[in-house]
Design a protein around this ligand. Sequence first.
Ligand SMILES: *Cc1c(COP(=O)(O)O)cnc(C)c1O
Length: 489
Amino acid sequence: MKVSLVTGANRGIGLELVKRLASVSDPDGDNIIIACSRSTSKELEEVLLIPSVHHVTMDISSQESVDEAHEKISSIIGDKGINLLVNNAAILIKSDCPTSTSTEDISKNFDVNVVGTHRVTLKFAPLLFKAADQNSSADLGSKRAFCLNVSSAVGSITNTTSPWHSAYRISKAALNMLTRTTALEFIEKGVLCCSVHPGWVQTRMGGPDALISTSSCVDDLMEVIEKANKEHSGVMLRNKMEAPGTNLKFMNKIIRSYTLMASIRSNLASIKEEIGSKANCDHVRLVAVSKTKPISDIEAAYEAGQRVFGENYINEMVEKSHALVHLSEIKWHFIGNLQKKNCPKLTTCKNLSVVETVDSEKVAKALNNGWKRNGDGNKLNIFIQVNTSKEEQKSGCMPEKTVSLANFVKSECDVLNLKGVMTIGAFGYDWSQGDNPDFLELLKCHKELTEHFNEDFEISMGMSDDFGKAIEMGSTNVRVGSKIFGARN
Ligand SMILES: *Cc1c(COP(=O)(O)O)cnc(C)c1O
């Protein structure tokens, strides 16, 4: 037995959600689905033919209407509580920048999206608490009691880069805080509360240009309803289907909770603190290595102020760079194995800033040709990768060839800008044995280059385990992955 209540059920996401909830059968048989809306629609009338679906008139902007709805709902569900409350009803009063938006429009958005959602939550909280008590052996979530607020990422404080739709944005930002505070209170009572960003959906509100269909959006919502658990309390679950080139499944890969964003944020902060504690820290660039990590992790790091990201695989980097073009200050470093044949593809990366792994004349030439065709008109920065451990299977040019390769780049590659040298070095070096010989070897190459050209060059060395030591030895570019984003699978 499960009782669900959905507001704004006469069209769009709410209507589709009611249909789906009616179609999944509870193992114990009878579900009750309460579809609330100000008025019904032809589509909703059809759904109301399903015996488990009940319509109750409710205008969330009116206290009287919510009180009346509460009475009717109580008579439908008897002594049961509500297991699932989906606060979906919302309005979008179109608005422009804040100073071209009227106070009335701010109020209208706010009244429904924030005050209305609060009104419903307040009124039905006792029934959620009741369901939590009645199902106290179930895990936190929809099997017990779950309040899901349909919000929007346009309410993100840090990620907002456009002043448009300010009235709607302001209301959704407030709704997000309503969710956070409600969640902290509800979790003590056995009720899960979180919000979801359904994406830009083809509904009357979203319009025909929207990127995902109502049906695929509700696929995701159903997965959230089924799987959200205590880890998601207070977080906004985000659907990143909108990013072109990605087609990842919602729960497993796309949802990155605020908890996870918080860990990326705090990891970045402690790394920056460590970098900041070094004497020559002003010249050090932190490259956040995001290979194999989802786009939402990169967005989280960007939101936390990180701008430079490193990737190892060309297709992955090109795809991510296109999906993230809207992050206007992002810069990509390519740090993976590079062959001549892959250079043209690499140059199609958006906001490509540095290629750190040029190790032969062939590669330099191919990159130069590719950049002439696909580049942005500026020179492409490159580092020469040096095989400092001189192991045959490793990429990188031999240390003694560095100056001649540099000469080639400078004289034959008119759209490349030689910026420095880079090494990966032996894996798992034991620092109790003294300074890493790979780093010492790179410093030697760097010195030769500097003296030969009488120019400043950068030094790219140091990763998660040794970036601090690398900086002490003179590194100006550290590439840190797992310390920021967690271990890779
Ligand atoms: C993966 C990778 C890194 C980051 O490694 P972590 O140990 O996760 O910090 C840095 N540089 C290169 C070239 C890499 O391939």
